[in-house]
Write a protein that binds this ligand. Structure first.
Ligand SMILES: Cc1cc2nc3c(=O)[nH]c(=O)nc-3n(C[C@H](O)[C@H](O)[C@H](O)COP(=O)(O)OP(=O)(O)OC[C@H]3O[C@@H](n4cnc5c(N)ncnc54)[C@H](O)[C@@H]3O)c2cc1C
Length: 409
């Protein structure tokens, strides 16, 4: 039984079937859409450039055809590990043999006065995106709150739709909390060049309007007239069904390197899972590739595969014509080393700690590490996995082949 029919949950079901498991599988969800990837909701689906069909984990009919009971009306309200049951919101109680928790997250709703006014939006679901889409007319004015990945991508998409965008961010530059100041400066210049008015070092402290949103007020005292706002203030994990049970929780559902919780027969994957990574220690990752691959890892773990889940994480972000790719996991680093040019917006940046490569980011460079094994970022994934010292000069030097470093370090 899989609780949560998102990307991670569906990846568990798909991998189980593809690996030959023939027993019953139930995928319990509470969204109307078949399991899908959310990336287009801040990008191509928001701008109208594509539908969602290409982002379904499997076509809607796959589940029936493969004996996977997909329920879209099955919000789990409680897990009872002693009885090995889950209890749905409707009161229905269902027994499980093994249970995988993939309940993901919802947007964090900050305590800002006026937050519930019509016109103030959060973004996670198709319905959220459709609401933003219908507000986004070429003459409208939007305030984007927060310039993490959701805020940055939404700002870019709204500009593509001709919406006037003012973005308020607490930090100095977009994405600097994750990618650091150098990349942040590059991203700020990209947004400004595309007409986003960036207001750094400030925060929205009030939304005002009579029947719907008319203006946002900032801590520094700015009053920004607007027609709608999109708030990208991080996520809150969907932990309610597990809270107060024997399942250990700490910044997510705690799982070991085999995606197992402390309770026999219960696993977790995706945004909600705080996993023990062989290289990075305890991490909880909020990205597409992790949800997909960890779902697969849970399935293999259930089927008896003893290899730990040691994926060197990766993610991407598309903003305007620019593409960011990232591999590894670095929250602190001693040096940020650049190959290429930050000013020209084509570079690979290396996050080095204690002489060891922990993560790398590519802006319009580096290739998709998942699709291209010859790409620079794929080479970085391999270098990160080794955790051996890397020569800084070689990282900076364009003439040194990163793949070649794998044989010389
Ligand atoms: C707008 C947007 C754009 C993104 N773009 C990118 C990107 O470009 N690159 C990238 O790497 N990542 C991106 N992400 C992140 C990525 O989508 C997530 O990491 C991924 O969706 C996590 O998958 P998941 O299955 O763990 O969680 P979710 O996708 O949240 O799925 C969890 C599912 O469980 C359901 N559920 C919750 N509680 C219950 C319950 N009690 N009972 C039953 N069902 C329940 C939820 O409704 C949902 O269907 C983006 C996210 C968003 C929101």
């Amino acid at each position: 039984m899989i609780a949560g029919a998102g990307l991670a949950g569906a990846s568990v079901a798909v991998t189980l079937r593809e690996a030959g498991y023939s027993g019953p599988i139930a995928l319990l969800g509470d969204e109307v859409t078949p399991p899908f990837g959310r990336p287009p909701l801040s990008k191509t689906y928001l701008t109208g450039a594509e539908g969602l069909g290409g982002w379904y984990v499997r076509p809607a009919e796959w589940y029936d055809r493969n004996g996977v009971e997909l329920r879209c009306d099955a919000a789990v309200s409680r897990v009872d590990p002693d009885a090995r049951t889950v209890i749905l919101g409707s009161g229905e109680t269902i027994r499980y043999g093994r249970l995988v928790l993939c309940t993901g997250a919802r947007p964090r709703k900050p305590q800002i006065p006026g937050m519930d006014l019509p016109g103030v939006h959060l973004l996670r679901t198709v319905a959220d995106c459709d609401a933003i889409k219908s507000a986004a007319r070429p003459t409208s004015r939007a305030v984007v709150v927060g310039m993490g990945f959701i805020g940055s991508e939404v700002a870019a998409s709204l500009r593509r739709l001709g919406v006037a965008v003012t973005a308020v961010l607490t930090g100095a530059t977009p994405l600097e909390a994750v990618l650091g100041g150098e990349v942040g400066v590059a991203m700020a210049s990209i947004h400004r060049e595309h007409g986003v008015e960036l207001i750094p070092g400030d925060q929205v402290v009030g939304f005002e309007g009579s029947a719907s949103l008319e203006r946002a007020v900032t801590k520094a005292g700015l009053v920004i007239e607007c027609d709608f706002a999109v708030v990208g203030a991080g996520i809150e994990l969907n932990l309610a069904p597990m809270t107060g049970t024997a399942i250990a929780l700490d910044n997510g559902v705690l799982v070991d390197a085999h995606c197992r919780t402390n309770v026999d027969g219960i696993y977790a994957a995706g945004d909600v899972a705080n996993h023990l990574h062989p290289l990075f220690g305890r991490v909880r990752v909020e990205h597409y590739n992790n949800a997909e691959k960890m779902g697969g890892a849970v399935a293999r773990s259930i089927l008896g595969n003893e290899a730990p889940y040691g994926y060197v994480h990766s993610f991407w972000s598309d903003q305007y014509e620019h593409k960011l790719e990232y591999v590894g996991h670095a929250t602190e680093w001693h040096r940020f080393v650049v190959r290429g040019s930050v000013e020209a917006r084509t570079f690979v940046g290396f996050y080095v700690r204690d002489g060891v490569l922990r993560a790398a980011v590519g802006l319009n460079r580096g290739g998709d590490p998942e699709l291209d094994e010859q790409s620079e970022l794929h080479a970085c994934q391999e270098l990160i996995a080794r955790q051996t010292a890397v020569p800084i000069k070689a990282l900076e030097d364009e003439s040194v082949d990163l793949l070649g470093l794998l044989t010389t370090t």
